[in-house]
Design a protein around this ligand. Sequence first.
Ligand code: WTA
Length: 659
Amino acid sequence: MSNERGNESIDSILKEARLFNPPSDFSRGARIPDAAALERLYEHARADHSGFWAELARNELTWHTPFQTALDASQAPRYQWFKEGRLNVSYNCLDRQLEQRADKTAIIFEGEQGDVRHISYAELHQDVGRFANALKAHGVHSGDRVVIYMPMIPEAVVAMQACARIAAIHSVVFGGFSAESLKDRIEDAGAKLLITADGGHRGGKIVELKAAADKALSHGCASIEKVIVYQRTAHAINMQTDRDVWWADAIAPQSAQCEPEWVDSEHPLFLLYTSGSTGKPKGIQHSSAGYLLGAIVTMQWVFDIRDDDVFWCTADVGWVTGHSYVAYGPLACGATMVIYEGAPTVPDTGRFWKLCQDHKITIFYTAPTAIRALMKCGDEIPAQYDLSNLRLLGTVGEPINPEAWMWYHRIIGHERCPIVDTWWQTETGAHMIAPIPAAVATKPGSCTRPLPGIVADVVDEQGQSITAPNKGGYLVIKQPWPSMLRTIWGDHERYVKTYWGKFGGKYYLAGDSARRDKDGYFWIMGRIDDVLNVSGHRLGTMEVESALVAHPRVAEAAVVGRPDDIKGEAVFAYVVLRGERPPSGVDAVLTQELRLWVAEQIGPIAKPDDIRYADNLPKTRSGKIMRRLLRAIAAGQPITQDTSTLENEAILLQLQGKV
Ligand code: WTA
C-alpha cells in the first residue's frame, strides 16, 4: 500500500485547502441545520451508540410490533438490530404515505423515447398490491427468492416493493449483465420465480432481456418455476407455455389490496450480487428494518430531502444505489423521484440536463464517470437548459477528481449547490462517509467525515489508528451499524473471512484504502483487493480472468486496471494463448472475439479495453502473478519493482509490447 506523501506539490496542497462552506440559506428547514446540531448528534452517538440508532428506529420506522433490543452482538459478526420488532418495508414506503400524500407524485418516469408517466402514491400502492397478489398466486411465499431482470422502468420498483410486501427476498440482476451472469445468480440464490421484460430501450436499441433470460434458463436454473414478463417494447419474443406469463395477465384477476406480511427486523429484504476477489460474485444479504433505517436517515441527513423536492438518482435498480436511493429511500420519505430509462446520450448529450429542466429536479445524484463524460462534451451543452431548480448535487461510486468536482460545482450547480460526495458500498447499505450539506464545508475530492453513528477509521497493518495526517491505511468501520450486510448468501464463512478476518473480528474491513487530512477529512484512495472500479461499477479481476480462460484459445489470463480519464479504470488483460503467440503480440480479430466473449460471459461493462498477448505471465517462483508489475506496464509506467524473483525476466519486454 502506498502511503506518505512526502513530496506533495504546493499546487496540490493549495487545491486541498479549498473549502466550500455550506450556503447560508441551506440551514432553514434542514434536518441537520448547522455544525452545532451535527456535533450534538455525534456526541449522542458517541455516548450511546446503539441507543442512538434505537431512538432513530423508533422515530423513523412504522412498527407493527415494537422492538426491545437495539443491538444483539451475541453472534457477532452476525449482528442483529432491533430484535423482536416486526414491520413491513413496503408498508413503510407506501401505506404510511397514503394519509397525507395519496395524490402526491411518487414517480415521474421518462422513457428513452420521451414517453412520460406520473404515478401517485395511491396508484403505486395499488400497483404494488396487485402485483404482490399475482406473485402469491404464482406460488411465491415468504422467504422465497425472486430474481428481477428488468429495464429501468417503474415496474422494476413495483416488483421489488411487491416482493417486500409478501416477504419474498428479491435479487435484482442488472439488465446489462449477460445470460451467463443471470444464470449464475439465479442458481446461487435458488430463485423460484424470475421477473423480466420483453426488452428495454437503451442507447436507441432494444436490450433483449427476455432472449437473455431464455438462454439462461435453457441451460440451468432448475429452481425457476415461473417467469413473469412485462411488455415494454412489444417486439416479438418467445413465450414458453406453462412457464412464462405476461405481467398484464398475471395482474388482471388480482385485487389491489394486499395485506403486508409483517416480518422480523432481521428478515432478509434482498440479496444483491457484487464482485469480490474471487471469480464468483457474492450475494450480499440485507435486512429489513436496519437497512430501511439507513436509507431513510441518509435521505434526510445527506440529501436533506423535503416534501417539495424532486429527487433524481440516475442509478439503475441493478446496483445498490438504485436500491437505497430509488426503490426504497425516496419512497420511505414520501418524496417525488424521477426514473429515466435510457442512456445519457440519447438523442444527444444534453439529455440529463433536459430532464433536470423538464421535471424541475432539485436534487441530482450521479456517478463521477457520468460527470466526466458529460464534462468532455463542453460547457455549452448544459448552458442550453434551465438548471435553476437544482439545489443539491451528489456523487457516488468512485473518488471524484477535483477537476470534475469543480466543473459540476460551476457549470451544473452554478456555484450555488452543495455537492455531497458519498462514500459507501453494496455492503454498507447506505451512505457512510458524506457531508451534511448545511453543516459541513466540502473539499473537492473528499467525502468529508463519517455520518453520526458511523465509526469509521483509518488503521495500519496492526489495526492501530493512524493519526498522522495524509498517511494512508485501511478504511475500517469499528462499530456495527443498522444497514450493514448480514452475511453472504449461502456462505457465512466467506462473510466472516472477507470482512472481519483481517483484524480478528473487531473491525469491518471495507476493502478500500484511505487517508485523513489535518482537518480529519477522509480521502478514499482506491481498492486494496483485486476489484476494479470501471465507470463506478465493481468488477472482480478474477471474474474477467475466469471468463477469458473459458475461451477455447486462452490458456491463461491476468487482468488489471489501467487509469482511464472517463471510466476511472479500464480493463487491461494479459493473455497467454494455447499455441502460438501472434507476431508482435497483436491480433485484432482475436481481440475482438475475446472482447465479445467476455461481454457474453459477464456483460458489456466487463469487456477488456486492451488485450496483450504473451508467452507467459510474470510470476514469482511460488507461482504468484506479479500484479503490481502488470499494473505498472498497463499504465505505461517504468518498472521500478524488483524483478529479480521473476521466473522469466525476459517476458517483461513482451508484456510491454516491445517484442
Ligand atoms: C467505491 C457503490 C470514493 C469504493 C455505492 C467502494 C467510492 C466501492 C465512493 C463500492 C466515493 C463508492 N468515493 N470511492 N464517494 N463511493 N466508492 O459496492 O471503492 O458498487 O468500496 O457501491 O466503490 O462499490 P459498490
